[in-house]
Design a protein around this ligand. Structure first.
Ligand SMILES: Cc1ncc(COP(=O)(O)O)c(C=O)c1O
Ligand SMILES: N[C@@H](CCOP(=O)(O)O)C(=O)O
Length: 466
């Protein structure tokens, strides 16, 4: 499998090189040069497979000859062996048509563990026996950071610098990162928003001297391997609900457009997906883009769903590329326009292509609260606020009778205990594996959201690559 950049001028890479590279050198994002497909029979054959075996079947074409199927399976066994539920990502039925896919049974209690546990092992596998080092730079609105840190803390040959927006993530999210005191882990609270953090990360990659000197790599969903691992659970859930003989719809609480893009990839591979609902909070750039064609930044508002307080959704670029005839030069021009003005219009091909599969919805605070109460009162489920954004959209989705609607439950409710308690009156308790979080020592630096301040901090601490 070969990987190309959305902006058309970076070198074509294999899976290993694309995984280690993170962002492409032309500022674009890597994705496969063609989507592998699965026939109806191949999808039907996934029925009854364990999560690990499903993962191997779905990911093997993307991994190509970077490792054998046996090696891939061993890594999946190791990654998903750390999940606390035997099904890894269990499905929970809420009513006749509505389902939750619980993606939060990994070590840091959010869906990010599904991909990042594996990515940490890929890094280890690709660095083994070499003298290469990696410096991971990442941006987090709360969940990617803790999942990535858990996945690489203490690993040989890797340093991780994780930027989060100061004061804009929950206490549990912050402590899950800042109480990891391994010498290769550096947490930086930046005086800015998640968008500022993500822009700083991209700027570091785009500084060729800096990114080469420190061999930068990515754990955000700009790294293709992240999305690849997330494609798996769309197959796993849909097959359990009747695919390929029955279509399934998914409602996805969305920020950086990574999770829902993984659903799009599953559909491109042949999974019968009736609809993909892009559910945003009031930071609704994606809803506006998909419903009106206007992709323009607004100010970021702080909400009880901090992980989705995002205005620039990095993976949207992958969709625009795929729907725009994969014309890298045209997309580079479109993105340059967006980067300089903060606004762009989707082309007709992009808007019409998206409308065939996606539906968007903007969920405000009241509707999010009602969805949390509905889940609690009607189905006995305490859900986190991000999941509630997806569920609110799922509850008002119009699909043909008999189509199951799966909301991706992206975080454990205890990560957002205050918001859950406000909505439902129930205070969810933290699972015992993170139970002493509030007794642990924290360590992090607070820095201005400037390129110079962040790169100076990293330069003093990171170890240059061999
Ligand atoms: C709990 C939670 N839900 C939803 C999202 C949105 O996912 P994505 O950025 O892949 O759209 C995030 C952050 O990414 C998250 O942490
Ligand atoms: N919500 C995310 C934001 C980063 O998203 P990613 O999927 O691109 O890593 C977070 O929790 O950090």
């Amino acid at each position: 499998m070969r990987y190309i950049s959305t902006r058309g001028s970076a070198p074509v890479l294999d899976f290993e090189a694309a995984t280690l590279a993170g962002l492409a050198s032309d500022g674009g994002l890597y994705l496969p040069d063609a989507w592998p497909t699965m026939t109806r029979d191949e999808i039907a054959a996934l029925a009854g497979l364990s999560y690990v075996d499903t993962a191997v079947a779905v990911m093997a074409p993307f991994v190509g000859d970077a490792m054998t199927r046996e090696e891939l399976k061993a890594l999946c066994d190791q990654a998903y062996g750390r999940f606390s539920h035997a099904a890894v990502v269990p499905l929970v039925q809420l009513d006749h048509d509505q389902w939750l896919l619980e993606l939060f049974h990994g070590p840091t209690l959010a869906f990010k563990d599904v991909a990042l546990q594996l990515l940490g092992l890929f890094f280890e596998r690709f660095l083994a026996g070499t003298d290469k080092r990696l410096t991971i730079v990442g941006a987090t609105s709360g969940d990617t950071g803790s999942a990535a840190i858990d996945a690489v803390a203490g690993r040989e040959g890797i340093d991780i610098f994780m930027l989060h927006p100061v004061g804009r993530i929950s206490d549990v999210q912050r402590r899950q990162m800042t109480t990891v005191l391994s010498p290769n882990v550096y947490n930086i609270a930046i005086e800015g928003s998640f968008d500022d953090a993500q822009a700083l990360v991209k700027a570091m990659f785009n500084d060729r001297a800096f990114s080469t000197k420190f061999a930068l790599s990515a754990v955000n969903s700009i790294n293709w391997a992240r999305l690849m691992a997330q494609v798996v659970y769309f197959f796993y859930a849909a097959v359990r609900l009747g695919a390929p003989d029955r279509e399934v719809a998914f409602a996805v609480p969305t920020g950086n457009f990574g999770d829902v893009f993984a659903g799009y990839v599953a559909a491109r591979m042949g999974l019968p997906v009736a609809k993909l609902v892009v559910a945003t909070n009031v930071n609704d750039i994606l809803h506006r883009a998909l419903s009106t064609g206007d992709y323009s930044k607004g100010g970021v508002q702080q909400t009880p769903t901090p992980s989705m307080d995002i205005q620039v959704s990095s993976n949207f670029e992958r969709l625009l590329f795929d729907l725009g005839d994969r014309d890298g030069a045209a997309l580079a021009t479109q993105m340059a326009g967006f980067e300089s003005s903060g606004a762009m219009r989707l082309t007709n091909a992009q808007s019409e292509g998206a409308a065939a599969l996606f539906q968007s919805d903007r969920v405000d605070l009241d509707d999010m609260t009602l969805a949390m109460r509905w889940a609690h009162e009607h189905a006995g489920q305490v859900i986190d606020p991000h999941t509630a954004i997806g569920l609110a959209a799922a509850l008002r989705l119009d699909v043909p009778a008999g189509v199951p609607i799966v909301t991706l439950a992206t975080a454990h409710p205890a990560k957002f205990g205050d918001a859950v308690e406000r909505a439902t009156g129930v205070r969810p308790s933290l699972p015992t594996r993170v139970g002493d979080l509030f007794d642990r020592e924290e360590r992090y630096a607070t820095l201005p959201a400037t390129f110079d301040a962040i790169t100076a901090y990293i330069t003093e601490r990171a170890r240059p690559s061999a």
